[in-house]
Write a protein that binds this ligand. Structure first.
Ligand SMILES: [Zn+2]
Length: 214
C-alpha cells in the first residue's frame, strides 16, 4: 500500500523474537516437539533470510528492486537528489527514502550467503519437525559465532541489542531433561533430534523427495 507520500516502499522481514526462540529451545529439550512453534520460528527466519539476501544483492549491484512489480532497476547514480524510477510500472521514489528502509537494520548477510541459502533450501524441503529444528539451530549458531567488522552477526537474525543477544545465546540451553553428555556439544544435540522419537524421518529421508510439493 502506498504511504502518505504516494509511493510504495519495500518492506523487509523483521528479526525473530528472542522470547519465541527461548520458548522453542526450552520446549524442545522437554519434548514432544511443538510443530507449530517450530514452523513459526522457521518461517520467520526464512523470511528474514530472504530480506537479507535481497538487501545484500541491492547493495552489491547498486540496482534496487521495484516494490510494486519486482523489476530490477537500472544501476543507481548515487547523486544526493537521486530519484529511483521503475521502467516497467512507473513507480518512483526518492532514493533517500528507499535507503532508509534498510539502513542500520542489520540486514547484511556478513558473507554468510551460502549458509543462508542452504538453510532456506533445506528448510523448504524439510518435513519433520526434528529436521526443521536442527536446521534452525544450525543457522542460529552459525550466526552466533560469526561477526562482521567485530560485530556479532546474530543481531541480524534475533531482535534486541548486541549486548543482550550474546548473553541470551550463551545461556540458551536445552532444559534439564537432556543428559549432560548430550548438552556437551551441539553436534550431539543435533544428532539427538535427527533421530528423535517424534521425528518421522528416522533412518530415512522422505523429506528430501523430488518435487517437494505440499
Ligand atoms: Zn515496477
Amino acid at each position: 500500500m502506498p504511504d502518505q507520500q504516494g509511493y510504495r516502499l519495500p518492506t523487509w522481514a523483521p528479526r525473530v523474537s528472542k522470547a519465541k526462540l527461548e520458548r522453542l529451545y526450552r520446549g524442545s529439550a522437554r519434548g514432544p516437539l511443538d510443530e507449530e512453534l517450530i514452523d513459526d520460528v522457521g518461517y520467520a527466519l526464512y523470511a528474514r533470510c530472504q530480506s537479507m539476501l535481497e538487501v545484500t544483492e541491492i547493495l552489491r549491484t547498486g540496482r534496487p528492486k521495484c516494490p510494486e512489480c519486482q523489476t530490477i532497476l537500472p544501476k543507481r547514480n548515487w547523486q544526493p537528489d537521486e530519484e529511483l524510477k521503475c521502467p516497467a510500472c512507473h513507480w518512483r521514489c526518492p532514493a533517500k527514502a528507499y535507503n532508509k528502509t534498510y539502513a542500520r537494520k542489520n540486514l547484511g548477510t556478513g558473507g554468510l550467503d551460502e549458509e543462508i541459502r542452504r538453510f532456506m533450501r533445506d528448510f523448504e524441503s524439510a518435513r519433520s519437525p526434528g529436521d526443521k529444528l536442527v536446521l534452525i539451530d544450525t543457522l542460529i549458531h552459525r550466526f552466533h559465532w560469526a561477526s562482521t567488522q567485530g560485530r556479532p552477526l546474530a543481531t541480524a537474525l534475533i531482535e534486541g541489542k548486541m549486548k543482550d543477544i550474546m548473553p541470551f545465546l550463551d545461556r540458551l540451553n536445552y532444559g534439564n531433561s537432556v543428559p549432560p553428555e548430550v548438552t556437551q556439544t551441539r553436534q550431539e544435540w543435533r544428532g539427538k533430534w535427527a533421530g528423535n522419537p517424534w521425528s518421522t524421518t528416522r533412518g530415512q529421508q522422505p523429506n528430501r523427495t523430488a518435487g517437494g510439493d505440499a
